[in-house]
Design a protein around this ligand. Structure first.
Ligand code: NAP
Length: 258
């Protein structure tokens, strides 16, 4: 299953790699590719780009069949640092381009326009196919979109957590909302998910991923260090949630975080 954003086809379900390191990161990514994941999410801050790169090479999957995302770490957002940071990522990832380059977190020190212009410069060299941001709320996303064309904003999105404003922007402006931490949070414990899971003979995690996949322009990127979970998380294309089930998951609420 793919989603289409700005004419770009992106594998709808990605594999997240945060907190995976060393041999575990490599094996998890290799296995994810083996069982069908074609979107891989890493970051300079995860310190696992080398392992992700090795896994891609080891998998035998053609580079052009993989949608690879990395993110610029906070310390490298200045004009003169973006290009070298991307070069370092490419070397570690053993590739000559990434599909999507994100600002990992907004910076309080470096003007947004400065970073975006530097990223656009790198994009022109072909080392980066598309630009995006992460952890940007709506006003900042809109500001960034005025400066450069952005394919995605990667934000936390899971049952019990709403992202309605960003979803509206995604739909109206054709921007992908990448759902990170799709399986975390109190909402996962909701009996609503358990009931729906029971009626489809699926797990609550599979239902949560399906709920995200059935939303326009939304791409969940679950992570797992467990091969059984990785397979379960990819086994979400053989059932469909009804409009009623979607609405009841939309309505899950969790106590506000302090
Ligand atoms: N841009 C950002 O700032 C940002 C921030 C956070 C995350 N991310 C990205 O989003 C990805 C996913 O988010 P995340 O890693 O925070 O959390 P997640 O994928 O929502 O959840 C991971 C947790 O869920 C468990 N899990 C996974 N599949 C499961 C299943 N089928 N059944 C039961 N438990 C399951 C995992 O345990 P096991 O390992 O035991 O399966 C792990 O404890 C990250 O890896 C990263 O790539 C980006």
């Amino acid at each position: 299953m793919e989603i289409e954003v700005q004419g770009v086809k992106v594998p709808a379900l990605g594999f997240g790699t945060w907190e995976l390191s060393g041999a575990e990161a490599q094996e998890a990514t290799r296995h994810a590719l083996e069982i069908g994941y074609r979107q891989i999410d890493t970051a300079q801050a995860y310190r696992n780009e080398s392992e992700v790169g090795a896994a891609i090479e080891q998998s035998g999957v053609a580079r052009e069949d993989i949608f690879l995302t990395t993110k610029i770490v906070r310390d490298s957002l200045a004009r003169d640092k973006v290009g070298p940071a991307v070069d370092d990522s490419l070397r570690r990832l053993r590739t000559d381009y990434v599909d999507l380059l994100l600002i990992h977190w907004p910076s309080e020190d470096i003007p947004l326009a400065e970073t975006l212009d530097a990223m656009a410069g790198v994009q022109q060299t072909g080392k980066v196919r598309h630009l995006g941001v992460s952890n940007f709320r709506a006003p900042l996303l809109l500001e960034a979109m005025e400066r450069v064309r952005l394919l995605a904003d990667q934000v936390p999105y899971q049952p019990g957590r709403t992202q309605n404003t960003l979803l509206d922007i995604g739909r109206t402006s054709d921007v992908m909302i990448t759902a990170y931490s799709p399986l975390r949070g109190e909402g996962m414990k909701s009996p609503v998910l358990a009931d729906i899971a029971g009626s489809h003979a699926k797990t609550p995690q599979q239902v949560a991923l399906r709920w995200l996949l059935q939303q326009d322009k939304v791409s969940p990127i679950p992570r797992s260090s467990n091969p059984v979970h990785r397979e379960q998380n990819f086994d979400v294309f053989d059932f469909e949630l009804s409009a009623e089930e979607m609405a009841s998951i939309d309505a899950i609420r969790v106590p506000a975080r302090s």
